[in-house]
Design a protein around this ligand. Structure first.
Ligand code: 5CA
Length: 159
């Protein structure tokens, strides 16, 4: 297990291990804040980067985590339909309070509370995908099957 990870990245590495999975968190000197920076940093296709986007339901103010292929945009009408209530993109404060992480480093697991999670169907087509690991410099690679195990997410056509 890597020893030089920052505290947020270490939390994600531990959360992965606690599930019995072997994904290795890496922390890079350059920014992986955006999907394109992340794809460049690890040398994969943009579509293989998992964007972790937090939305908020407008009436009940519940957080919704949407894991979408880096090449796609979330269709908010479709998302609202599958969630059962209108949702809007959350601001940075909401994201931090609900997940414990800042935009640009929001991981698919290890949040401070369980969050209902939807997964973009397109991510399922890849052999390997990459997710943020708690900071805008940390990532890990995983299979779509591992993504399902760690999130209990609902796979939907959301873009
Ligand atoms: N570390 C990378 C690759 S895994 C990452 O976290 N990418 S991301 O796409 O999941 O996170 C950045 C996303 O945050 C952007 O795509 C954008 O949708 C969203 N975002 C950026 N700034 C804001 C903001 N001010 N308010 C709400 N959402 C924002």
């Amino acid at each position: 297990m890597s020893t030089n990870l920052s505290p947020s990245a270490q939390r994600i590495q531990l959360a992965i291990r606690e599930l019995g999975l072997n994904c290795e968190v890496i922390e890079l000197p350059g920014s992986t804040r955006t999907a394109s920076e992340a794809a460049e940093a690890v040398g994969c296709n943009l579509g293989q980067i998992i964007k972790s986007l937090v939305f908020a339901s407008v009436t009940s103010h519940q957080p919704v985590l949407v894991l979408v292929s880096g090449a796609n945009r979330v269709n908010e009408q479709r998302l609202s339909a599958v969630f059962g209530e209108s949702v809007i993109k959350a601001d940075g404060d909401f994201v931090r309070v609900q997940t414990g992480f800042a935009i640009g480093g929001v991981p698919p697991l290890g949040h401070i509370q369980p969050i209902r999670t939807f997964i973009d169907t397109d991510l399922m087509a890849f052999d390997e995908v990459w997710a943020a690991a708690g900071t805008p410099h940390a990532l890990f690679s995983l299979t779509p099957a591992e993504l399902l195990v760690m999130t209990h997410g609902e796979v939907v056509n959301i873009s």
